[in-house]
Design a protein. Structure first.
Length: 203
């Protein structure tokens, strides 16, 4: 599994520049953007190098009481046909696919409404087998500063078992733009994922 792919499995895909939203005037949201054209620029910071990429909401479909949001990767100014999909509901965010890989069933990456101390466990199943288990715990809302600006984000701690390999992550979710930062500890594959910029769609 590639490093970028592993990052996407843990969270829900989190844009260009413009001034970052201010905490005082940030509108409430679903912790995952749901407007076609919403755009994140993301940077993965490893010990020896950094990698940046852009993700764009390409489609939003209402289905079975949820909004299914499709996110594509942009390369050379064009968004590729392969997408990662998330079901956005009042109960939480549920990943259904990642970069074209379909899972046997959606798994919860963020339980809503967020409450400090709440915990939940999700299993990733593919071709009938459990490939990863995530144990999440909601901690508290914190002010986090990343290249995109300053955000009031909810801290989520995650314990990961991926085919017998253990790892840990801390993810900060902002209600309007989604995941703004993640610290992932996995030995030599550790990295920090930050939001460089976010631009709302339809503007």
């Amino acid at each position: 599994m590639s490093r970028c792919l592993a990052a996407g499995v843990i969270l829900a895909a989190v844009g260009s520049a413009g001034s970052a939203p201010q905490l005082k005037d940030r509108p409430a949201g679903d912790y995952f953007p749901t407007t076609v054209g919403d755009r994140w620029v993301i940077e993965l910071q490893y010990k020896t190098h950094s990698v940046s990429y852009t993700e764009v909401v390409t489609a939003v479909e209402k289905k079975d009481g949820a909004r299914v949001v499709s996110v594509g990767r942009e390369e050379d100014g064009k968004v590729g046909p392969v997408t990662s999909d998330v079901r956005v509901t009042d109960r939480g965010l549920f990943r259904t696919s990642l970069l074209g890989t379909e899972y046997d069933e959606p798994y919860c990456i963020l339980k809503l409404p967020l409450k400090a101390g709440e915990s939940w466990t999700s299993q990733v199943k593919s071709d009938g087998a459990v490939t990863s288990t995530f144990k999440y715990k909601a901690i508290q809302e914190e002010t986090v500063e990343v290249p995109a600006g300053k955000f009031k984000a909810f801290r989520i701690e995650v314990e990961i078992d991926s085919r017998g390999q253990a790892a840990k992550s801390v993810i900060w979710y902002d209600a309007r733009v989604g995941a703004v930062k993640m610290e992932h500890e996995a030995g030599d594959s550790s990295y920090v994922r930050v939001l460089k910029s976010f631009r709302p769609g339809g503007k």
